[in-house]
Design a protein around this ligand. Structure first.
Ligand SMILES: [Zn+2]
Length: 289
C-alpha cells in the first residue's frame, strides 16, 4: 500500500510516528498550517511556525524516508483574534516556496464576520498564487457551515476542482459532491468519522474526488488511520487498485505538480538515519558507544 496523507500535523508527532508511518506505506504527507492549542500573540509566532513547516519538519520527515509538504494560511479559529491578522500580509510570500502545495487550512470555526473576511482574502491569495485551497468545515453546525463554505468558494471564483473540503461526514458529503469539489474525510479514533463509516461512504458515492486523511495532531488522534482505512477497504472487497486510488492517486491529482514524490535519496528503512543537520540541529541524540 502506498499512501499520501494529505492532512497530518507532524509538528505535534514523534519520531516513533514517522517510523510507523513509513512501515505502513506512507511515503508523503501534507501538513496544513493550523492552530497550536496555545493562542498565538503576534505575527512572529506564525513566521517561525511557517518556517518550521517548510524547513525543520521537512528535514525531519526526510530522515524517516517521508516527503513532507505544507499548506500555509491563517486558520479559522485565530482569524477571530486581532493580534493574528497581520499574518495575512506575510502569507503570500510563503505561497511561492518549494513544497507549499495549497493555501490552508481555511474556512469557518464559529462563522463570524471576521472569519468571513479572512476566508475570502485567503481564497483570493490562492487564485493569485494558482494554488488549490484546503478548506476545513466547522465541527459544530456542520451542514450550515459546509453550505456557506461552498457559497464563499463560488463567489471567490475558484473552480470547484481546486478546492478540497475537509472533515466531511454522511450529512455533508452530498453537498460537496454536488458542488464538484473534492471531498476530504478525517478519520478519528473515537469521534466523527471512523474507517467503517468511511468505507460505507465510498460504497455509496464511489472513489472519484474522494480523499482520506488522519488529521492527526496534538489532540487524541491516530496517524495510521489512512492505512487502517485502506485495510478496511480491502476487507470490504475493494481492490488494491481502489485503495491506491483513494490513498495515493487522488491526493496526488488534487495537489498536483508542486508535490515532490521521488524516494528520499540514501534512505534505508529500519536503519538509524545518517548523521545530518538542519541549521545546527539533528534528529540523532548522540552516537552509540
Ligand atoms: Zn488539521
Amino acid at each position: 500500500m502506498r499512501i499520501l496523507d494529505p492532512h497530518l500535523h507532524m509538528t505535534s508527532r514523534t519520531t516513533d510516528d514517522y517510523e510507523a508511518l513509513y512501515a505502513a506505506g506512507v511515503r508523503a504527507v501534507v501538513e496544513p498550517a493550523f492552530w497550536l492549542g496555545q493562542p498565538r500573540t503576534s505575527v512572529g509566532s506564525f513566521v517561525d511556525y511557517f518556517d518550521a513547516l517548510i524547513g525543520w519538519e521537512r528535514f525531519r520527515a526526510a530522515q524517516f524516508g517521508i516527503r513532507h509538504h505544507a499548506t500555509i494560511g491563517l486558520n479559522p479559529k485565530e482569524a477571530n483574534d486581532p493580534r493574528c491578522r497581520e499574518v495575512l500580509e506575510v502569507i503570500p510570500r510563503y505561497l511561492t516556496k518549494e513544497g507549499v502545495v495549497a493555501v490552508g487550512e481555511l474556512g469557518y470555526d464559529a462563522m463570524t464576520p471576521e472569519e468571513d473576511e479572512v476566508f475570502a482574502a485567503q481564497l483570493a491569495m490562492a487564485l493569485d498564487a494558482d494554488l488549490p485551497a484546503l478548506v476545513h468545515t466547522p465541527h459544530r453546525d456542520k451542514l450550515a457551515g459546509t453550505r456557506r463554505t461552498l457559497d464563499v468558494v463560488r463567489e471567490a471564483g475558484l473552480t470547484p476542482d481546486r478546492v478540497l473540503v475537509d472533515h466531511l461526514n454522511e450529512t455533508t458529503v452530498g453537498l460537496v459532491r454536488e458542488a464538484g469539489a473534492w471531498a476530504g474525510f478525517s478519520i478519528y479514533p473515537d469521534t466523527k468519522m471512523d474507517e467503517v463509516r468511511m468505507v460505507a461512504i465510498l460504497r455509496e458515492y464511489g472513489l472519484d474526488r474522494m480523499i482520506v486523511n488522519s488529521a492527526a495532531d496534538w489532540g487524541r488522534s491516530d496517524p495510521l488511520k489512512t492505512w487502517r482505512t485502506g485495510m478496511t477497504m480491502l476487507e470490504a472487497g475493494f481492490t488494491e487498485d481502489d485503495v491506491d486510488r483513494v490513498l495515493w492517486r487522488n491526493p496526488v491529482e488534487f495537489f498536483g505538480a508542486n508535490l515532490i514524490l521521488e524516494p528520499v535519496p540514501g534512505f534505508v528503512a529500519g536503519q538509524v538515519p545518517a548523521p545530518a543537520e538542519f541549521e545546527g540541529s539533528s534528529v540523532l541524540r548522540g552516537v552509540r558507544a
